[in-house]
Design a protein around this ligand. Structure first.
Ligand code: DON
Length: 304
């Protein structure tokens, strides 16, 4: 498969001019990002790299970070994690509060904000220094020390993050949060502010395409069973109320973020990351989804 030729075709075919959405602005710092940015990177099982455009430029990974924190929580809690968070698609926007009321504070899945905040509660409760340990985890699976939080994005989200504060308070009232609300949202805003490039994301996500092992050293990071569960959740819940559409168009497990990034994996084949900050109405990168649809169409390969 000539991945570079396929990426070149995608880059020629597509432009930010063809999409109509908007860059996220509810986190003020994200509104400053240049809407013309567009990059894509594939890392395959033969340790080969293919890319185009702004693939080495860092951006705010936002909700993509929920895959990393879920992975850490699974390493700590094992299957008992599922007593605190469920595994069903929500069919609702990522920041919705409504289902919590009639589902007794158990979030539908770990990728909606409610579920990700319960995962934060677990990590804040169990780890001495969760921010430091998250950075260590991400740097290790990426094989790159040059990854950090963007503190201006974290404090920007803190200044407007009332819904997330409301979610944690509400879940706490319903008995599914142990730690201090302040500590939880501080950790959450930091995890979402992680700045990574498409190349770094594709490298980090290779563990989910490689049965939980680092491709370079064969170090075991996650059990194959955990990887099966995480990939299933990415497939069914990775795009919130657009998870069906992403499966339908692209046909790979993946995860998006409001910074305009999307990462997807083809088990045993490759991981791929794409970045274009213009979002559709559901909060997913409009050009990113189109580019991934072209990738699975041009390669003729998806998980289905
Ligand atoms: O909590 C928020 O609203 C953001 N920090 C993350 C949201 C997000 O990335 C949803 N993704 N598509």
């Amino acid at each position: 498969m000539d991945y570079q030729q396929i990426l070149d075709t995608i880059y020629e075919e597509m432009s930010y001019r063809d999409v109509r959405g908007k860059v996220a602005s509810y986190i003020p710092e994200l509104a400053k990002v240049d809407h013309r940015k567009f990059g894509m990177h594939i890392y395959n099982g033969e340790k080969q790299h293919f890319c185009f455009g702004d693939s080495k430029e860092k951006f705010s990974i936002q909700s993509i970070s929920k895959v990393f924190t879920l992975s850490m929580a699974m390493r700590i809690m094992g299957e008992s994690l599922w007593d605190r968070v469920s595994v069903e698609p929500s069919g609702d926007p990522f920041n919705s509060l409504t289902q919590l009321e009639y589902e007794s504070g158990i979030p539908r899945n770990p990728f909606i904000n409610a579920g990700a905040l319960v995962i934060c509660d677990i990590l804040v409760d169990q780890l001495e220094d969760p921010k430091k340990e998250l950075l260590e985890f991400v740097r290790n699976i990426t094989g790159d020390e040059n990854i950090d939080y963007d503190r201006s994005v974290a404090s920007s989200e803190k200044s407007t993050g009332y819904r997330n504060v409301a979610l944690v308070n509400y879940i706490k009232a319903l008995g599914n949060i142990k730690c201090d609300v302040e500590d939880i949202v501080d950790f959450y805003f930091h995890q979402c502010s992680l700045a990574m490039s498409c190349k770094q994301l594709a490298q980090a996500f290779m563990i989910y395409a490689n049965r939980g092992r680092l491709l370079e050293s064969d170090e075991k990071i996650l059990k194959p069973k955990s990887v099966k569960r995480i990939n299933a959740l990415m497939q069914t819940c990775g795009f919130y109320d657009e998870a069906g559409e992403f499966s339908f168009q692209v046909g790979l497990p993946g995860k998006s973020g409001v910074g305009g990034g999307i990462v997807a994996i083809h088990p045993e084949q490759y991981s791929v990351a794409v970045w274009s900050p213009i979002l559709n109405k559901k909060g997913n990168s409009e050009l990113g989804m189109k580019a991934l649809e072209r990738l699975t169409t041009l390669t003729g390969l998806s998980v289905f």
